[in-house]
Design a protein around this ligand. Structure first.
Ligand code: ADP
Ligand code: MG
Length: 322
């Protein structure tokens, strides 16, 4: 099969520039030293780095799903601010001996997901690497109302999550155990960025603080509470159990709590609110669950179904720990 060295950087750039949507706010698209963009609201900018064998494995999934995950992880950050996602910059470094099809399929997945959510690729950089694939994407968006921050929760606020926690980590576990499963690939790599919900929450001022779940429920909840001298109590019976768990594990596993508490990369919205979701009209039927409350003591406690209370450790992934 064709290797990348037979194609070259410029041919690659030409191949993608023709595939990016044109829009009135994009004064200069891919192709010049910079793009030129016109937006009227405060700019939201965030960057994400994906490294082969740290964030994804080439052997697990087709390249297109890695492209999709790149787009999704970035759009999720804009969703977490309640913003409108607009543009993406992509810098990618790949080994010269990588199959040419890999990069084409990666771009197919990335552009497909960006198109689905109205985000346009407006630039980036392309390089070779000695061994692994490195992908850095920067997303730009606009804040139509005020950006929803992490730091602004208060004790007594309800804790809400926009879906079932732990699915992405459970799916990754299935893939790590060398079981090829289309369901697991899709569940881990093709999450739904919560852009629409983020906008509903910001437009209606429904959240006091918000984050997207990339580290895991407990880890991300700590970023809303412990980091600012507060804590939380989670009610086990209210944390929704994904119907995908038994399908992913072919009914072989019964206890999913560790995935639900510590599993990362779900890209759901975790937010605090003055009201219980049951009392918020705009969130009815949106798959949002109220799972606990913010407290004023700096620890995260799980009130178990048995009534017992346990202090939860933050077991989210830390890149610099051994
Ligand atoms: P420069 O030498 O200024 O870095 P390049 O030749 O690398 O310019 O890039 C030419 C154009 O292609 C620029 O508009 C750049 O933003 C875009 N570009 C390069 N690589 C990528 C990529 N991986 N994804 C999207 N746009 C890219
Ligand atoms: Mg360049």
């Amino acid at each position: 099969m064709d290797e990348l060295k037979s194609c070259g950087e410029f041919e690659f750039i030409r191949s993608i520039s023709g595939r990016c949507a044109k829009r009135a706010d994009i004064i200069l698209p891919i192709g010049d030293d910079t793009c030129a963009l016109k937006i009227n609201n405060p700019l939201l900018v965030s960057s994400d780095l994906l490294v082969e064998d740290v964030h994804f494995r080439l052997s697990h999934v087709p390249a297109s799903l890695i492209g999709k995950k790149t787009a999704i992880a970035n759009m999720s950050d804009i969703a977490a601010m309640g913003g409108n996602a607009l543009y993406l910059l992509l810098s990618i470094a790949v080994p010269k001996n990588l199959q040419k099809n890999w990069l084409r399929d990666f771009m197919d997945g990335l552009l497909d997901k960006l198109n689905q959510f109205g985000v346009v690729l407006v630039g980036g950089d392309t390089s070779s690497s000695s061994e692994k694939v490195f992908i850095n994407a920067t997303i730009l968006g606009e804040s139509v109302t005020a950006p929803i921050q992490r730091s602004t929760a208060s004790p007594g606020d309800f804790i809400c999550i926009s879906g079932y926690p732990g699915e992405a980590a459970a799916a990754l576990d299935v893939l790590e155990k060398h079981r090829t499963s289309e369901l697991a690939q899709k569940t881990h790599y093709e999450r739904t960025p919560q852009l629409e919900l983020g906008k509903i929450i910001s437009k209606n001022s429904l959240a006091t603080a918000m984050i997207d779940t990339s580290d895991g429920l407990v880890g991300d909840l700590a970023h809303l509470t412990i980091d600012f001298g507060m804590g939380a109590v989670l009610w086990e019976k209210e944390i929704p159990v994904s119907p995908l768990f038994p399908l992913l594990f072919e009914n072989l596993r019964k206890n999913y709590l560790s995935y639900m508490l510590n599993g990362g990369e779900d890209y759901k919205l975790l937010f605090t609110s003055k009201k219980d979701v049951a009392d918020i009209e705009e969130l009815k039927g949106k798959g949002v669950f109220c799972i606990g409350k913010v407290t004023d003591s700096p620890e995260i406690i799980l009130r178990k179904n048995s009534g017992e209370k346990v202090i939860l450790e933050n077991k989210s992934f830390n890149h610099f720990l051994p």
